[in-house]
Design a protein around this ligand. Structure first.
Ligand code: 6PG
Length: 272
């Protein structure tokens, strides 16, 4: 059962930025998101002949990734023309259990017909993983030589069709942690984020300029453990975004849409 999404946010108390989709249980939530994902994939394929997605790590998305893989209702997804990017990665070897791409490989990537050349892990153990990823983005999106300081100075930031984000208890998203250096980056698409305010290990992460260029951004939160952080976001938004202390409020799509996908528990029963 899905709550009536057309009712004003105030009616269900979810004063989050963007659209809010609350499903009564997790199973419905993954179904709802998978249906939206499939629709976006077909639209992107129809309009541009390719579908670029950026996926997050953490634990919440795995059942969703697996559902995309095994549920025949979603078999129309044009995986052959999909590019799969990673929102962020931990600076650990590929075979480390902390490695997000390793988990994505097991839950989705090994089962879909996406050509390896269109699957883009972050090469985090290389010397300049962020620079390498920016070059890969430039090549895949056909963006020429970059002018200005850093790729984000080039107005044509790559536009992902769909970005799946999670949110930690400290309201971080991607690897944009409160008071961490990457929060302040405005002239790069990808950076290394490290230091005392980054939950170890060191990270490589997409930045706000790249994330906010996306057409569709989905934040997936499941379970009552996310309620307090969601409440904090809703409270913060009453006085406006504060990316430094509440990083997910820095997700403000330039010319796209942000939608929160919550189950009833995460949404505090619908009264954040
Ligand atoms: C990561 C993710 C991170 C994640 C949140 C939520 O690399 O860990 O990109 O931003 O989405 O920490 O994680 P859970 O889904 O495990 O709660």
């Amino acid at each position: 059962m899905t709550y009536d999404l057309n009712e004003p946010a105030a009616d269900h108390g979810l004063s989050l930025p963007g659209e809010v989709h609350v499903a009564a249980d997790v199973d419905d939530l993954y179904d709802d998101l998978a249906l939206v994902f499939t629709s976006l994939a077909l639209k992107a394929d129809d309009e541009r002949g390719e579908f670029h997605i950026a996926l997050s790590g953490g634990t919440t998305p795995w059942p969703f990734y697996h559902r995309l893989l095994i549920d025949t209702r979603f078999r129309s997804i044009p995986w052959e023309r999909t590019h799969i990017w990673v929102v962020d990665e931990r600076r650990v070897p590929d075979d480390d259990d902390l490695n997000n791409f390793k988990s994505m490989r097991g839950s989705l990537l090994e089962g879909i017909p996406t050509p390896p050349s269109q699957i883009h892990p972050m090469r985090v153990m290389k010397d300049d993983p962020a620079g390498l990823y920016e070059v890969e983005l430039r090549e895949a999106f056909g963006i020429g030589e970059l002018s200005g300081v850093g790729p984000a100075a080039n107005p044509g930031a790559p536009r992902m069709d769909f970005v799946l984000l999670g949110m930690g208890g400290d309201c971080h998203t991607a690897s944009l942690f409160p008071n961490s250096d990457a929060i302040h980056v405005a002239d790069r698409w990808v950076v290394v984020n490290e230091g005392p305010n980054v939950t170890p290990p060191d990270r490589v992460t997409m930045t706000y300029p790249l994330l906010n260029a996306a057409r569709q951004l989905a934040v997936l939160c499941v379970g009552s453990k996310k309620t307090e952080a969601l409440r904090r976001v809703a409270e913060q938004m009453k006085s406006g975004p504060d990316p430094v202390n509440v990083p997910i409020t820095g997700i403000q799509p330039t010319d796209g849409e942000l939608t929160w996908y919550l189950d009833k528990d995460a949404a505090g029963g619908g009264n954040l």
